[in-house]
Design a protein around this ligand. Structure first.
Ligand code: ATP
Ligand code: MG
Length: 429
């Protein structure tokens, strides 16, 4: 009996005219995630995908990879048999005998108009055969349609039937890289890694920006934590770029040039402005942050609005309405929890004010920035940036130190615009 994997995808996004596009991206993502594992075929059959392994011993490794493929609702390790009842019945009996349930149900889906039976008829026929088979061993076994201990799932397609009793949850969401690009501000803490993941799950390709301070000898730099987080998140989207931006000098200017109660908000504003330039250079359509409303003082509705004011780029905050417990649950599930637990030197709590502003307005922040040369600070951040490219291939993530060429082109454009005022408007867009 042949072993295969039945892959079911979410149907909502497949109903419209984009169906073929999404399906081809999903197939490409599946192929890429198992490229180094033995796969004989990947077929699209009547609203499902069927993956046949080249070696059945590799099935569990293939399933582990597929669990990270966005767009898959669930993965079912199944037995493939010919669809006529004469073959299907004994196979169902054998599978259910292995499961040995006290009660069970049969559920059938038929995607073959010539099958000669509807799904209810098939469920009844198979249910009767399985019940008889199981009762030969244990007379107390019964059919239970409501919350059965084991469900015998049957899927019929022309000429073939698939049988399974277990399924593994998929990652859900939309296939990788189908929704455009975003730049995520990645701190090293729990929240921003989860926020980036949530947007990746919606099909966005995320480029990461991490701001770091000068580490003290007694504490790890946050850079290593950010690098490890990107390494962990890359298999979900196959490639990632991480920009590392030294932030110490920018912070010092804010500390000397602005009132202390606004410091953290001004750090955030500067990070957002620098990330906006990265977004422009990377053709990204927005920023992502890990803010959760009112979790800390800088995340009140007033402060978030004041930070965003004048940015001219959407800021996505997918954790805005989440509790910390929900965020940590997801962090554990995607593998970032342990990395974010590592102690590291976070640049933001440095020079913390005694009484941070809780209800800042955009005008107050603008006022606090009057003594700062914003353009120069943005340029300072960008000029110090380095980048690294991550790639998931053959089951491993490799890292290549890159040169932030796109950023340099952007900076060169800005310099040209400053020299020629007429071109300024074009470069600032
Ligand atoms: P996180 O757990 O992501 O650090 P948090 O709840 O600790 O979030 P803050 O530290 O106030 O909240 O940061 C709010 C958001 O600002 C972060 O989620 C992140 O998107 C961004 N951010 C903060 N510090 C940095 C940093 N050093 N580099 C890049 N982004 C940052
Ligand atoms: Mg933080």
């Amino acid at each position: 009996m042949k072993r295969v994997l039945i892959l079911h995808y979410h149907e909502i996004w497949l109903k419209g005219g984009n169906k073929n596009y999404f399906l081809s991206r999903l197939r490409a993502a599946i192929r890429q995630s198992v490229a180094d594992l033995p796969v004989e075929s990947l077929e699209s059959i009547a609203e499902r995908l069927v993956l046949t392994p080249g070696d059945e011993a590799a099935l569990s490794r293939i399933v582990a990879r597929l669990r990270r493929v966005f767009g898959l609702a669930y993965i079912a390790p199944a037995r493939e048999v010919p669809s006529p009842l004469a073959a299907l019945g004994p196979a169902a009996c054998e599978m259910m005998a292995e499961k040995n349930p006290r009660n069970f149900a049969v559920r059938a889906k038929i995607a073959d108009s010539a099958y000669g039976m509807n799904s209810m008829e098939l469920e009844r026929e198979l249910g009767r055969a399985v019940l008889e088979h199981l009762r030969a061993r244990d007379a107390s076994v019964r059919v239970k349609l409501d919350e059965p201990e084991v469900t015998c799932q049957v899927e019929i397609v022309p000429g073939r039937a698939f049988l399974y009793a277990d399924r593994v949850e998929g990652a859900g969401g939309l296939p990788a890289v189908t929704s455009g690009r975003l730049v995520a501000l990645l701190s090293g803490g729990f929240d921003s890694a989860v926020a980036a993941y949530k947007m990746m799950r919606r099909g966005c390709h995320v480029t990461f920006a991490h701001f770091f301070g000068n580490p003290s000898p007694s504490c790890n730099s946050s850079r290593g934590v950010a690098e490890e987080l990107v390494r962990t998140l890359t298999p979900y989207q196959f490639t990632s770029r991480l920009y590392l931006i030294p932030f110490d000098a920018v912070q010092r200017q804010i500390v000397t040039g602005a009132h202390e109660s606004y410091r953290v908000l001004l750090y955030r504003r500067m990070m957002a402005r620098i990330a906006r330039e990265i977004a422009r250079a990377e053709h990204a359509r927005g920023l992502v942050t890990g803010d959760s409303v009112s979790q800390v003082a800088s995340q009140t509705l007033h402060n978030l609005a004041a930070i965003d004011h004048g940015l001219d780029l959407p800021v996505y905050r997918p954790l805005a309405g989440d509790d910390k417990a929900e965020i940590l649950r997801l962090a554990r599930q995607i593998g970032t929890y342990k990395i974010s637990c590592e102690p590291f030197e976070d640049c933001c709590p440095r020079f913390l004010p005694r009484a941070p502003a809780i209800f800042a307005s955009p005008q107050e922040l603008d006022g606090a920035e009057v003594g700062l040369d914003i353009e120069a600070l943005v340029r300072m951040g960008l000029e110090g940036a380095t980048c690294a490219d991550y790639r998931f291939e053959g089951g491993e993530v490799t890292v290549r130190l890159g040169w932030p060429r796109r950023l340099e082109n952007r900076l060169a454009g800005k310099r040209r615009a400053e020299r020629q005022p007429a071109a300024r408007d074009a470069a600032s867009n």
